[in-house]
Structure formats: structure tokens, C-alpha cells
Design a protein around this ligand. Structure first.
Ligand code: HEM
Length: 427
């Protein structure tokens, strides 16, 4: 018997479920399965990157050099406990807490990667507005066919690790629910500084979606391929189709070295996708009709290497023509129309979720300013393409299978400003 499944439920499925539940019992159960043996992080944080979002160098890479996203995620939505601008004492307590977490785990996919981000509502606590170098509007609906609710917590902490138990233990340490983390004493916490107002969880990586497809939004036939890192059955995040960390970094002003984060909750409706649509249709709507015609995508896309072959096959430039010729356009080809100097302008770090028993995607993207996300989303909307067989949502990429339920915008400051930053820090 495979030792992974010796206790009935395969380890990775068990861990994913524990992360979704959270709390002390889930962590204990998780530790029984994972047993991570990790060194501590650096005693002195000065060697850590100045950019909170500089994760790529700390991630594993696949055979083609694409970064492999950390498997387990928790998003903590936090409300500042005080009124008005934050106090110096709270800022210091928060920074001490984050440093403890950094001392406990190596900053890597096996250890812990995290970032702290702040909403426009948070910056509204200050008299002065954010500088013009930061493009952080309140969230709004971004297509004519969506009516999302808006998230306006003060802060969101994004926790990521290949070990579910690491993510859970870090969460508990942050919330003041444990006094030790990987052998490091935890003297401070965010308790009293923030209240947790929401908790969202997820996962990404081959096997995880297939192991958790027994949820609303996915047909009972268990169609999600074992090799797929995401519910929709294809690989994502090819190096050539992602913005670089440099490209999404705010270049000037007091928040230089930071980035902005768009975080939406997308519900997936994959009954027709898997139940009725052909593979041709799935490839055409996810990538491009040329990819479907010429059979460019094998399996989940493992043959593609480090590119989805958008520019290489001229797909973005021919989107309108394809709409007329094939009656269908691809999600990737449409989205790839939003580029700067030939490169994508958002860095996607999205992951799937089964929160509330429904198949979802937490779409987390980083970009220099929220305007870059809006431009990309408008390209993906393809409202300009709707004519004939291509409707506002049907045959128009993957829009028909996805509903945007919530949106939120955040600033991920550079590390030195990550703890309750003022709106106008000194340069
Ligand atoms: C269920 C939701 C989604 C799924 C399953 C999905 C999947 C994919 C896949 C498989 C690709 C092609 C492979 C790759 O280049 O990584 C891709 C490309 C892309 N997607 Fe999505 N995506 C989703 C939502 C979104 C959203 C909400 C946006 C933002 C507006 C977006 C923006 C992009 C961009 C910018 C590209 C790359 C285009 C380029 O080459 O420049 N995607 N997506």
C-alpha cells in the first residue's frame, strides 16, 4: 500500500482540508501527516529582500524554469482594532510579530512566504492622501456583466507554503494563539492590534484540484485531470506570460519597492465546461482557436515549456479576426492584448479554493498600479469582440464559466513599511 494513503485519505487531500478548517485541532492533525523538518529563518532580517513580493527566487522551478507556486494558502482579512490612524505602539508590536515569524521559518516555498497589504479604506484613516506614485483606487465593478461585493478590510495577510502545517502554525502565531513557532518563542502577536474579519483558503498544484473536485461547480464525473494544477484543467503561469517582479514594482515615491494587489473571488461553474464542451472548445476558449485547430496543447499543457505560445503564434493581434473566423476567442489571447513593451503587466499568483463547498479561484495579481489590472481585465472582458457567434460571455474566452463575487484592492508596501504604514511616509 502506498504510505501516502496508508491512513485512508491521501496526505495532500487531508492537509488541504485541514488548512481550510484552520485552528489548533486542524494543525495537530496536519502535523501528524506532514512532519516538516525545517531549520529556522535568519536571526537577523537584514538579509531578507526589500520587496515583500519578491517570492520568485524563493520558489521551486519546474523542468522548463517556470516558478512553481506554493501549494497551500491562507488569506487573513484583518480590521484594525483602533479608531483613526494607527498608534506607534501597534506598529511596533506588529513589526516585532512579523520578525518573529521570519525568524521561525526560512523564507522559501518549503518554509513560509507571506506579504501584508493595505486597502484604500486603511489609508483613509490618515489626513493626507496617498502620493500620486501609488495607484490604489477603491474597488469597483470591472465588467458590464458583474455585480461584485467589495472587500474593504484594513489589511490582508497572504500566507503561503508547500506545508499546510506551516501556514496554519504561522496564522496561529500571528493571531496570538501559540507561544512557540518552529522552536522560536512567540512573545508578540497581532491580537489587540487587528481583528480577523474573514479567512479564505486555497491550494494550487498538480493533484490538489483533482483531489478536491467533490464540490459545487464541478460535475460528479470527477473530470479534473490529476496533472492539472488548477480546476479548469490547464497549466497556468508560464514564465513568458507573466509580468516580472521588477515590472510590477512601484518605481518611485515613498512606496518604491512595493506593488499593488488585486484580490477577487471568482466562482467557477464547470458543469458545461466538462460535461458538454469538447476539448477543442476548451483549448480554443482558454488559449486561442489556433491552439485548438493545430493541437498545440497536449494534456494540461505540459508540452508548452515556458510559454503559452501567444505572441509566437500571433494570437493576441488576431483576436478580432479569430472572433469572425472561428466564432470563438481565447481567454489568454484576449488578456495578452494588455501588454507594455511586449510583456504582460500583471503577475498572477492565483489559487483555487473549496471554501463554502464551492469551486472557486482566489485571483490574486500584482501590478505596478491597479490601472494595469483594470486594463488587463478590460482586455479579458472582450466586450469589443461580442458580435455574431461571440457573445458577451459565450464563446468569449472563459467568461461564461466564472462569476466575480468579490473584489478588493490593496497596496503591498516594501518590507520596511509593511507594519501599519502612514499614507505619506518620508522618502
Ligand atoms: C478561473 C479563472 C482563470 C483561469 C482558470 C485562468 C487561466 C489561464 C490560463 C490557463 C492562461 C494561459 C497560460 C498562462 O499564460 O498562464 C491564462 C493566461 C492569462 N490570464 Fe487567466 N485565468 C483566469 C482568470 C484570469 C483573470 C481574472 C485575469 C485578469 C484579468 C487573467 C489574466 C490572464 C493574463 C494576463 C494571462 C496571460 C496573457 C499573456 O500572455 O499576456 N486570468 N489564464
Amino acid at each position: 500500500m502506498n504510505p501516502e494513503s496508508a491512513r485512508g485519505v491521501p496526505r495532500r487531500e487531508f492537509v488541504r482540508t485541514a488548512v481550510a478548517i484552520g485552528g489548533t485541532a486542524a494543525l495537530a492533525a496536519c502535523l501528524g501527516r506532514e512532519e516538516p523538518d525545517l531549520p529556522n529563518g535568519p536571526a537577523d532580517g537584514s538579509s531578507l529582500p526589500a520587496r515583500q513580493h519578491a517570492w520568485n527566487a524563493a520558489l521551486a522551478t519546474d523542468d522548463h524554469g517556470n516558478v512553481v507556486p506554493p501549494a497551500h494558502r491562507v488569506l487573513l482579512y484583518l480590521s484594525y482594532a483602533g479608531e483613526g490612524p494607527p498608534t506607534r505602539a501597534d506598529r511596533d508590536a506588529m513589526e516585532r510579530t512579523l520578525r518573529t515569524v521570519e525568524r521561525a521559518y526560512p523564507r522559501s516555498h518549503e518554509g513560509l512566504l507571506f506579504s501584508v497589504s493595505y486597502s484604500p479604506a486603511y489609508f483613509g484613516r490618515f489626513e493626507a492622501s496617498l502620493p500620486d506614485s501609488v495607484d490604489l483606487p477603491e474597488p469597483r465593478a470591472l465588467s458590464p456583466f458583474e455585480t461584485p461585493a467589495f472587500d474593504r478590510p484594513d489589511a490582508v495577510v497572504h500566507l503561503a507554503s508547500d506545508y499546510g502545517s506551516v501556514v496554519l502554525a504561522a496564522e496561529q502565531a500571528l493571531l496570538g494563539e501559540r507561544d512557540e513557532l518552529n522552536g522560536v518563542d512567540v512573545a508578540d502577536s497581532l491580537r489587540g492590534v487587528f481583528e480577523r474579519v474573514d479567512r479564505r483558503t486555497g491550494f494550487v498544484g498538480a493533484g490538489l484540484p483533482a483531489g478536491h473536485q467533490d464540490v459545487e461547480g464541478i460535475p460528479d464525473s470527477e473530470p479534473v485531470p490529476e496533472a492539472s494544477p488548477l480546476f479548469m484543467g490547464f497549466q497556468s503561469g508560464f514564465t513568458k506570460n507573466q509580468a516580472s517582479e521588477d515590472a510590477v514594482t512601484i518605481p518611485t515615491g515613498p512606496f518604491a519597492g512595493g506593488t499593488t494587489q488585486q484580490l477577487s473571488l471568482l466562482r467557477l461553474h464547470l458543469e458545461q465546461w466538462y460535461g458538454q464542451d469538447s476539448r477543442y472548445h476548451r483549448v480554443a476558449t482558454m488559449f486561442c482557436p489556433v491552439h485548438a485547430e493545430e493541437g498545440l496543447v497536449e494534456g494540461v499543457g505540459e508540452n508548452l515549456g515556458d510559454t503559452s505560445l501567444m505572441e509566437e503564434r500571433g494570437c493576441p493581434a488576431h483576436t478580432g479576426e479569430h472572433a469572425r473566423q472561428y466564432g470563438v476567442v481565447g481567454h489568454s489571447q484576449k488578456s495578452a492584448r494588455a501588454r507594455r513593451d511586449g510583456s504582460p503587466i500583471i503577475l498572477r499568483r492565483d489559487f483555487n479554493s473549496t471554501d463554502d463547498g464551492r469551486a472557486s479561484l482566489h485571483f490574486l495579481s500584482l501590478q505596478r498600479g491597479i490601472g494595469d489590472f483594470v486594463a488587463t481585465r478590460e482586455a479579458m472582458n472582450g466586450t469589443d469582440l461580442a458580435s455574431g457567434a461571440v457573445g458577451q460571455r459565450t464563446n468569449n474566452g472563459i467568461l461564461q464559466y466564472v462569476t466575480v463575487e468579490r473584489r478588493g484592492n490593496f497596496l503591498v508596501p516594501p518590507r520596511r513599511l509593511r507594519s501599519l504604514p502612514p499614507a505619506t511616509p518620508a522618502d
